[in-house]
Design a protein. Structure first.
Length: 145
């Protein structure tokens, strides 16, 4: 119950992210979520797309250094405290959160987040035991229709 995230290095210069997303556009890749972290010289863009394997192939052909990482995609009720509850479940069970970012979906009254954790299997077990079912790659398709 994970989704595939693509991480790619970008040079930290004007237009680098635009060039990256233009490749996705030109290849008719549908972008689902995006996170960007930067340092002085380079950035790491993390994306969830509709076709991760094809996207990695295209990006590598374009000269990008990139990789696929399984991450958790979670949809939960959009109300105060909902995120705290998820984070407490992970933390109270010794599951380290490495990073997280939000994404938009066409599901009313829902908050959607990507979580990169140290142990996906342990996190999935804890979350499902508490009524939170992480999405799989196929589930992501229905979130955007």
């Amino acid at each position: 119950m994970t989704v595939k995230q693509i991480s790619a290095f970008l040079e930290n210069k004007p237009g680098a992210l635009a060039a990256f997303t233009r490749i996705l556009q030109d290849s008719e890749i549908d972008l689902r979520a995006l996170s960007l972290a930067e340092t002085e010289d380079f950035g790491i863009v993390r994306v969830i797309v509709d076709d991760p394997f094809r996207t990695v192939q295209i990006l590598k052909e374009e000269g990008y250094v990139c990789s696929l990482t399984p991450v958790l995609a979670i949809v939960f009720e959009d109300k105060p405290g909902a995120l705290v509850n998820v984070l407490n479940l992970l933390g109270d069970n010794g599951i380290n959160l490495e990073y997280s970012y939000a994404f938009l979906a066409k599901k009313a009254n829902s908050a959607c987040m990507i979580f990169r954790v140290a142990d996906n299997e342990a996190a999935i077990k804890v979350l499902t035991a508490n009524g939170i079912r992480p999405l799989c790659q196929d589930d992501m398709e229905g979130m955007f229709k």
